[in-house]
Every structure is written in structure tokens, then in C-alpha cells.
Design a protein around this ligand. Structure first.
Ligand code: ARG
Length: 273
């Protein structure tokens, strides 16, 4: 009897302690949330890391130009974050449902996407180019007619290919990521890949043994990448300020030179601001 009571006391003491501890925890959260929510909130940043040199996996690390840029921007804006490789289609799903806070993945700002998402200021200029075997007779976009073209599903590369071959043309092969589209070209299942210039140019440079070349069609539209945000995102203003800041203070140019080995065209970019 005596023993039991003693145990019960210990038990309720333990419960009491636990409650106290958890109460402390939550008080702290509420306080920090009220005073400085920006500093404490950890943003979820999502990407499709199969698009070197913009974003790719190096072992289990995500590396690339976009990775460095989002890091510099979020440091400048004072946000803590985690960057996660989720893949291209899931990235859109996560931003639509507001599970993720930022998508950075060489995402072109376009009217269609603007209906569903918000975008930061542009941070990179891009154009689609055509990747073909060295001995291909394809010399322009128009030459893609009657050919088989591999693209990453849901990209502006697909839109460009559809503009030439027609929207539901079976000769446009769509892949979950751009690496698979290039593999299709290499194994002879496609005559060309349409994708962003930085990516196809990098591929040719790094894989001379694959005997591929890049074809430019200057009638393809110029595009700008932005960080994609859920509609109504409250961090847009902070991000935009930070983007301008890293362009101004030279961080952007340093990152650009490190990845591409040349100077960025800042005038063209700043024209958009
Ligand atoms: N810029 C193109 C677009 O927005 C392609 C981007 C693909 N990005 C990637 N990480 N696979 O549609």
C-alpha cells in the first residue's frame, strides 16, 4: 500500500515534469515566432537535381549554380532553409499545395505558370537549344520537323518542340528528367534533345567522347529563370531585395564566373528589375 502510493507520487511527478518541459518548449516557440519569425522559420526549398551545371547530385550533395544562388540569396535575406531533390513534377505539386516555400530548378518564368505560382525577380537568362549527334544534318528548329525529339516533360523545351512538330505529335518523346532525354538521344531513340543552353552546352563540353553538338536557333524565345513560389507567398519581397543585393555586391558575378568561367551579362539581367 505504502509502496504503491510512493510509486504513484513519482509517476505524477514525472508527468508533471514532462508537462513543464513541453510547456517551456512551446512557450519558446511562440515567443520566437512573435519576435523574429523570419530568423527561426526553416524554408523548404525543392529542386530537380538532374540538370547540370544548374543543379545536380554529387554523391548525396546537391550542387550547381542554382544551389549557390539560392544559398547566397537566403543568407542575405536571413532565412534558414533545407534544399531537397524532389524531381521536376513533384516540385510543382509541392509549390501548388504550399508544402514547399521555394522551387529553384532553372524554372522559366512564363505566363502559364504565373497563373498558378508567384516568381521572384529573374536571376538568369536562358534560351532553348538543340542537342544532336555531331554528324546530324539538323541546323535549325525547322529541321526538327519529321524527326524524333526527346524533351523533359513539362518544360519549355517541350513547348518549343511542340511549336514545331505540333502539340500531340508522337515524335516528341517526353521524359521525367533531362538526363533520360539525353540517354534516349545517345541510344538512337531520338534525333535531338531540346533543352536549356547552359545544360546542353555543359553536356557537350564534358562528354567529348559522346560526339554531340549544339545547334542554336535564335528564333527560339529568350527566357528568364526565377525562384518559383506558392501563390501569395509572403517571402517574395525579401527574396527580390536579396537578389538585387547579390547582383550589386558582386556575389552573383563571382558565382557565375566560378560555374561558367565567364562574366555574366548583368545589364541584361538588371533591365528586368
Ligand atoms: N527552363 C526550363 C523550364 O522551366 C527547363 C527547366 C528544367 N529544370 C530542371 N531542373 N530539370 O521549363
Amino acid at each position: 500500500m505504502k509502496k504503491k502510493t510512493w510509486r504513484a507520487t513519482l509517476f505524477s511527478l514525472a508527468i508533471g515534469l514532462l508537462m513543464l518541459v513541453s510547456a517551456c518548449g512551446s512557450t519558446e516557440k511562440v515567443n520566437s515566432g512573435e519576435t523574429d519569425s523570419k530568423e527561426k522559420e526553416k524554408l523548404r526549398v525543392v529542386t530537380d537535381a538532374a540538370y547540370a551545371p544548374m543543379e545536380s547530385m554529387d554523391g548525396d550533395k546537391i550542387v550547381g549554380f542554382d544551389v549557390d544562388i539560392v544559398d547566397a540569396v537566403l543568407k542575405e535575406a536571413g532565412y534558414d532553409y533545407e534544399l531537397v531533390h524532389v524531381g521536376w513534377d513533384p516540385l510543382f505539386v509541392e509549390l501548388k499545395s504550399k508544402r514547399a516555400d521555394i522551387g529553384i530548378s532553372s524554372i522559366t518564368i512564363d505566363e502559364d505558370r504565373k497563373q498558378t505560382y508567384d516568381f521572384s525577380l529573374p536571376y538568369f537568362e536562358s534560351i532553348n537549344k538543340i542537342l544532336v549527334p555531331e554528324d546530324s544534318n539538323i541546323q535549325s528548329g525547322a529541321d526538327l520537323k519529321g524527326k524524333t525529339v526527346a524533351v523533359q516533360n513539362g518544360t519549355t523545351g517541350q513547348t518549343v518542340a511542340e511549336g514545331i512538330l505540333g502539340k500531340n505529335n508522337k515524335d516528341i518523346k517526353k521524359f521525367e528528367n533531362n538526363v533520360l532525354a539525353i540517354m534516349e538521344l545517345l541510344k538512337g531513340g531520338a534525333d535531338a534533345v531540346v533543352a536549356d543552353n547552359a545544360v546542353v552546352e555543359e553536356y557537350v563540353k564534358n562528354n567529348p567522347n559522346k560526339k554531340l553538338k549544339v545547334v542554336t536557333d535564335s528564333s527560339f524565345p529568350s527566357e528568364f529563370y526565377g525562384m518559383m513560389l506558392p501563390k501569395g507567398s509572403k517571402i517574395k519581397e525579401d527574396l527580390d531585395k536579396a537578389i538585387k543585393k547579390i547582383v550589386e555586391n558582386g556575389t552573383y558575378a563571382d558565382t557565375y564566373k566560378k560555374v561558367f568561367g565567364s562574366e555574366p551579362n548583368l545589364q541584361e539581367l538588371e533591365k528586368q528589375y
